[in-house]
Design a binder for this molecule. Structure first.
Ligand SMILES: [Zn+2]
Ligand SMILES: [Zn+2]
Length: 252
């Protein structure tokens, strides 16, 4: 399994950066997880937009899905029609209604997203089998319903989604080869009010308790001290931990 980071920002991308998004690929699968602001900039360095088979969204905060809107315009108007099937778009429960409300003021059709994607909402209690990869969803602790994701192929990839500390995160990251951890409470002055996100220390602690082998910290404010963020997490984790960088690929 190959994981390519396509954005590392928290709710606002830094200059030249993007919000949440990463590619999960095998010889059979090409899956985009999250489609936040700016992710298309990087995604198109790797693939035509028609070549993505599946898109999986963890929760319906704008920094995790906003680039679905330009993605839809590209598929409907910006690309010559070909015989590629429309990408499948897997949303959390209630996601279809959120997208409908967001696009209602400017939608030219009742099928704004359906014209471009095969849209469905996943059942968090049932795994999704996508071209040999098993995606499983676990509710985590956030301001709105949010689902941590594990991807199992020959090894296990774990993704926290946005979450405050909770026991479910330890199970999500349990024995993962790579744990991608959204560390949204990285600004030291803000950490007391950020109960829906993890501090670097909490990220490192969860990864250690879970026995994760490698940790990538992402969903980080561009204004935080990256060196300090890394050091704070590494002190708790005690193993291989890095700050995620866009366009870096990791073998899992
Ligand atoms: Zn969020
Ligand atoms: Zn977020």
């Amino acid at each position: 399994m190959r994981v390519t980071i396509l954005g590392t920002g928290a709710a606002c991308p830094g200059a030249g950066e993007a919000c949440s998004g990463f590619l999960v690929e095998t010889d059979r699968a090409t899956v985009l997880v999250e489609c936040g602001t700016g992710v298309l900039n990087y995604l198109q360095k790797y693939h035509e937009l028609t070549a993505i088979s599946d898109i999986v969204i963890s929760h319906m905060h704008a920094d995790h899905f906003l680039d679905l809107i330009p993605y839809r315009y590209a598929l409907c108007y910006g690309i010559e029609s070909n015989n590629m099937p429309r990408p499948r778009l897997h949303l959390p429960p209630g996601g279809i209604d959120v997208l409908r409300q967001v696009t209602l003021p400017f939608s030219e059709t009742d099928n704004f997203f359906e014209d471009a994607f095969r849209v469905s909402e996943y059942n968090p209690g049932e795994p999704l089998e996508l071209d040999g990869l098993k995606f499983q969803f676990t509710p985590v602790y956030h301001y709105i319903p949010s689902f941590g994701i594990t991807v199992t192929g020959s090894k296990k990839l774990s993704y926290s989604s946005d979450s405050g500390p909770c026991p479910e995160l330890i199970e999500i990251a349990r024995d993962a080869e790579l744990f991608i951890c959204n560390t949204g409470a990285c600004l030291e002055s803000k950490k007391d009010v950020s109960w829906g996100h993890l501090t670097p220390e909490q990220s490192g602690r969860i990864a250690r308790e879970a026995g994760a082998r490698h940790v990538l910290l992402t969903h980080i404010w561009s204004t935080c001290s990256r060196a300090s963020c890394l050091e704070r997490a590494a002190r708790e984790f005690g193993g291989w931990v890095e700050l995620a960088e866009s366009c870096h690929t990791y073998e899992v």
